[in-house]
Design a protein around this ligand. Structure first.
Ligand code: NDP
Length: 341
């Protein structure tokens, strides 16, 4: 089978690429420049041309942006679309345009030029599910039927964190709307992960190049001060990037999972629990930096965020990695990178 993967050089994208290559799937990796393609080739030296091809799409919002890249990748069984701005945007339109237009351009090209396509997998986010302005409000019991109610006016007036969550919401809505109106022959599968953690599969030189979620953990839960308060919990759910990569493979190939969205999370963990755990894993060297808070107090507020994760289990097809495995590997990986930086 052949899969086209956008954002193949990113944190999540490179783990998906790894997963697909391990499963002997041919991957056409889509990136924005030749330099980024060469970097992937270095990160996957054993893939070779028979397993891994590259397409360069410098601007995913341009009309017909994906036409050639889809034509040169045929016959495709699945497309996995992960490319979207996560932390690079400085003004609202830099989030909104690539998220929505990028998704619509690739869906349109898939519909027009990939007759054998069975699945289109979109990496959405928990941000399309929850209401970021009222996370702990009355009745916030989230499931894969929930939608972030953000409006375009709110998105355009910021703050940028809200604009990011809006970009994911609008892009996912646009994808479902496309399916309804255009009725393509393929199925859409949407994954809505929360905070994604784990070691990078793409080689990075320093902590400055960590992706946004790992960088948040590094700065706030590792590189802080013992006396600093543990940061408040917003969406207290986590998933290991390696499990998320497997979930993408399942979304592309597993029978019976099409035309649905899935919350993909191992479980609920407060920042206090992550800090306590990192302290035991990383030892005395990090003792003075990891916020102490109230060790062992993992009692959420009575009105706290609640989620139904039943479909999270369904898409993965096996148990998620444990909290301990994820945060041992994440903590050690980031601590090593910190020493080298
Ligand atoms: P990375 O920043 O590591 O990867 C982002 C990828 O998207 C890169 O390949 C990047 O390419 C590409 N990209 C960014 N902006 C643009 C643009 N304007 N045009 C074309 N390509 C672009 O982030 P992650 O791996 O963490 O995120 C990947 C996906 O997962 C995103 O869709 C994100 O919204 C989603 N997600 C991530 C979560 C997390 O906790 N990390 C949680 C939930 C969802 P380039 O290198 O060229 O910039």
């Amino acid at each position: 089978p052949r899969v086209l993967l956008t954002g193949a050089n990113g944190f999540i994208g490179s783990h998906i690429l790894n997963q697909l290559l391990e499963k002997s799937v041919f991957v056409q990796a889509v990136v924005r420049s030749k330099e980024k393609a060469s970097k992937i080739a270095k990160d996957f030296p054993h893939a070779g041309k028979s397993k891994l091809g590259f397409s360069i799409v410098p601007d995913i919002t341009a009309p017909k942006a994906f036409e050639n890249c889809i034509k040169e990748s045929l016959p495709l069984s699945a497309i996995i679309h992960t490319a979207s701005p996560v932390s690079s945007a400085t003004i609202p339109s830099e989030y909104i345009e690539p998220a929505i237009q990028g998704t619509l351009q690739i869906l349109e090209a898939a519909h027009n030029y990939a007759p054998s396509l069975k699945r289109f997998v979109y990496t959405s986010s928990i941000q399309s599910v929850v209401n970021p302005l009222d996370l702990n409000g009355i009745g916030t019991h989230y499931s894969s039927n929930s939608w972030n109610p953000v409006t375009m006016d709110q998105a355009m007036s910021g703050p940028l964190a809200l604009t990011y969550s809006a970009s994911k919401t609008f892009a996912e809505k646009a994808a479902w709307e496309f399916m309804k109106i255009r009725k393509p022959q393929f199925e859409l599968v949407v994954l809505n992960p929360p905070g994604v953690f784990g070691p990078h599969r793409n080689h990075i030189e320093s902590t400055a190049s960590l992706n946004a979620s790992n960088k948040w953990l590094y700065r706030n839960l590792m590189l802080s001060e013992r006396s600093t308060a543990v940061p408040p919990d917003t969406v207290p759910l986590t998933v290991d990037v390696r499990d998320l990569a497997l979930a993408h493979y399942q979304a592309a190939f597993a029978p019976g999972v099409g035309n649905r969205r899935y919350l993909v999370a191992e479980g609920s963990h407060l920042n206090q629990e992550i800090c306590d755990y990192l302290r035991t894993v990383l030892g005395s060297e990090w003792e003075g930096r990891i916020p102490l808070g109230s060790p062992g107090n993992y009692t959420p507020a009575p009105d706290a965020f609640k989620t139904d994760l039943s479909d999270a289990q369904e898409i993965l097809g096996r148990a998620y990695r444990s909290f301990e495995e994820t945060f041992t590997d994440t903590g050690r990986y980031i601590a090593d990178l910190h020493q080298k930086s």
